[in-house]
Design a protein around this ligand. Structure first.
Ligand SMILES: NC(=O)c1ccc[n+]([C@@H]2O[C@H](COP(=O)([O-])OP(=O)(O)OC[C@H]3O[C@@H](n4cnc5c(N)ncnc54)[C@H](OP(=O)(O)O)[C@@H]3O)[C@@H](O)[C@H]2O)c1
Length: 266
């Protein structure tokens, strides 16, 4: 596993996404992932699986302190007291005293960003989240969040895969020391079987999923959180640190962009 070290955080570059995993399936997926070597788990209050994620962590033999755990507050809960309640409830469900990263899941049109960030900062000072960040923020709003916050905005978590360009945001993140966390890094399965990715993968004995993830790993300050329920997919998605793409291959994958968004705004 590779890590990004920033502001005292050590963020594993591949994490396990858990959207759509529920109950026993979710618990088993989390425990399996930890036994395979995953040390980064992504959840959210909106996924209704925090209990199962917490159980999966407890059932594993990995210490909580070795895991980078992220949760998120939903955009209808962004007023000060709602943010406080949201994380307190998440912690209870996750059966832990703190998360490593607490994100605004989507921006709000109604609650001032200042109010939400103040609540997140207070939660940080109470020891309930080590870092704060945002999700689905465009560069201008990310810039506003960074100006408001007295804590670093560790990440902006956005949809990013070979079929969706994020060059403007990525440039902003790289210039300003913000991690870009790629969600739906496999385009929710849409990039699987892509002919260009498969052709490139043949040279390295890798499949299209692994080439898509490797392409993300070639980019400075990018981490990815593919969701995989099965052990075989989880294992494949970790095996992306033993090969490197050439500049020509990276350029070829850059050409695959087609404005495909698979996650929809609430
Ligand atoms: N912040 C946000 O607004 C936001 C929005 C969407 C998602 N997310 C986060 O990002 C995570 C990832 O996104 P996602 O789950 O939507 O999509 P994804 O990770 O791009 O794709 C998941 C799909 O790909 C399959 N898959 C995984 N590894 C594979 C492999 N090696 N070979 C073939 N197929 C493979 C999975 O199948 P199996 O499960 O059967 O293995 C699943 O059907 C989410 O789980 C969530 O944590 C955040």
């Amino acid at each position: 596993m590779e890590y990004i070290e920033l502001f005292g955080a050590q963020v594993p570059r591949i994490g396990l996404g858990t959207w759509d995993l529920k109950g026993e399936n979710c618990k088993t997926a989390v425990t399996n992932a930890l036994s395979l070597g995953y040390r980064h788990i992504d959840t959210a209050e909106f996924y209704y699986n925090e209990e199962a994620v917490g159980e999966g962590i407890l059932a594993s033999s990995v210490a909580r302190s070795e895991i980078f755990l992220t949760t998120k507050v939903w955009p209808t809960h962004l007023a000060y007291s709602q943010v406080i309640n949201s994380l307190n409830q998440s912690l209870q469900k996750l059966k832990t005293d703190y998360v490593d990263l607490f994100l605004i899941h989507w921006p709000s049109d109604t609650v001032p960003l200042e109010e939400t960030i103040q609540a997140m900062e207070d939660l940080h000072h109470q020891g309930k989240t080590r870092f704060i960040g945002v999700s689905n923020f465009k560069p201008a709003l990310l810039d506003k969040a960074r100006r408001i916050s007295s804590l670093p905005i560790l990440t902006d978590q956005v949809e990013y895969h070979p079929y969706l360009e994020q060059s403007k945001l990525l440039q902003y993140c790289q210039k300003n020391q913000v991690i870009l966390t790629a969600y739906c890094p496999l385009g929710r399965g849409r990039v699987i079987g892509d002919k260009v990715l498969e052709k490139i993968g043949q040279k390295y004995g890798k499949n299209s999923a692994q080439v898509a993830l490797r392409w993300l790993m070639e980019q400075e300050l990018v981490v990815a959180i593919p969701k995989a329920a099965s052990t075989s997919h989880q294992k494949e998605n970790l095996e992306v640190f033993d090969f490197q793409l050439t500049p020509e291959e990276i350029a070829e994958i850059n050409q695959l962009k087609r404005g495909l968004r698979v996650a929809s705004q609430p």
